[in-house]
Design a protein around this ligand. Structure first.
Ligand SMILES: Nc1ncnc2c1ncn2[C@@H]1O[C@H](COP(=O)(O)OP(=O)(O)OP(=O)(O)O)[C@@H](O)[C@H]1O
Length: 247
């Protein structure tokens, strides 16, 4: 089986700071792969490079056997920051995106309507994006990533700011996508979510991979959260006493 994402020796430096430091990532086709790590670990920078939004300083990236540029039609992306055209409504944006992706207008209309319904966007989709809540914007961003039926989804924190019911809807959509042979790579801070929906996980710390493999293997008999804290916690959590907080 072809590998969906094959990254070797990825490096990105901002000024003097190496945000991504020789990172390797392998994502099997037809799986859901979680990328986790503490704040500032280099997850978004890695995903940005994976989809061609950030230029790497070094390293190689192959997506579904192609160079990044050649894989664009196969890719659905939910980027960090989610810069949306604020005056459009979600429904307008979806139809516009579908048009840019070359879909027939009737198909675009049908798919947009279906995504709006499935993701619980019926109310929000008619509102200008500037006036939408963070969670609604996130769901519209996800719908935008899905509308052209990509084969590889790269999602930067798709569950951030999303309510539990919407999170369940998103999970179901992603599960169906993967069951149909699609591949999803997502970053998240929720270890529970990774345990619930990912086959494999890569733990990134200070721009490097500190653990990778099947979720159960990385969790090593405990919870993924415990293992995560074990792997990165000592460096992340300070040891100050905060005595002044106790009266
Ligand atoms: N354009 C940039 N210029 C300078 N530094 C940057 C830039 N983008 C990212 N960084 C730095 O690179 C490091 C990695 O950032 P990145 O956003 O990839 O981390 P992350 O793992 O996604 O973090 P979080 O979980 O907080 O979203 C951080 O220290 C960040 O401040």
């Amino acid at each position: 089986m072809e590998t969906a994402v094959e990254i070797r020796g990825l490096v990105k430096t901002f000024g003097q700071f190496r945000a991504v430091d020789g990172l390797d990532l392998t994502v099997r086709t037809g799986t859901c792969h979680g990328v986790v790590g503490p704040n500032g670990a280099g997850k978004s920078t890695t995903l940005g490079m994976t989809v061609g939004l950030i230029t790497p300083d070094a390293g190689t990236i192959r997506l579904l056997g192609h160079e990044v540029r050649a894989a664009r039609a196969l890719l659905g992306v939910l980027p960090e920051g989610l810069d949306l055209p604020e005056r459009l409504t979600g429904a307008e944006l979806l139809r516009y995106t579908a048009g840019l992706r070359g879909l027939d207008p009737a198909v675009a209309k049908n798919r947009s309507a279906e995504l709006i319904e499935v993701l619980g966007l019926t109310k929000g989709a008619g509102t200008p994006l500037a006036d939408c809540s963070t969670g609604t914007r996130k769901k519209i961003g996800l719908a935008q990533a899905l509308v052209h039926a990509p084969r590889l989804l790269v999602l930067d924190e798709p569950f951030e700011a999303v309510d539990p019911v919407s999170a369940l809807a998103i999970r179901r959509v992603l599960q169906r996508f993967v069951a149909g042979g699609g591949t999803t790579v997502l970053s998240t801070h929720s270890m529970l979510l990774v345990e619930q929906m990912c086959d494999d996980v890569t733990v990134v710390h200070r721009g490097k991979v500190v653990a990778a493999g099947p979720v159960s293997g990385v969790a090593a008999g405990g919870t993924l959260e415990d293992r995560f804290v074990e792997l990165v916690g000592a460096d992340v959590v300070g040891a100050g006493s905060l005595d002044w907080l106790t009266q």
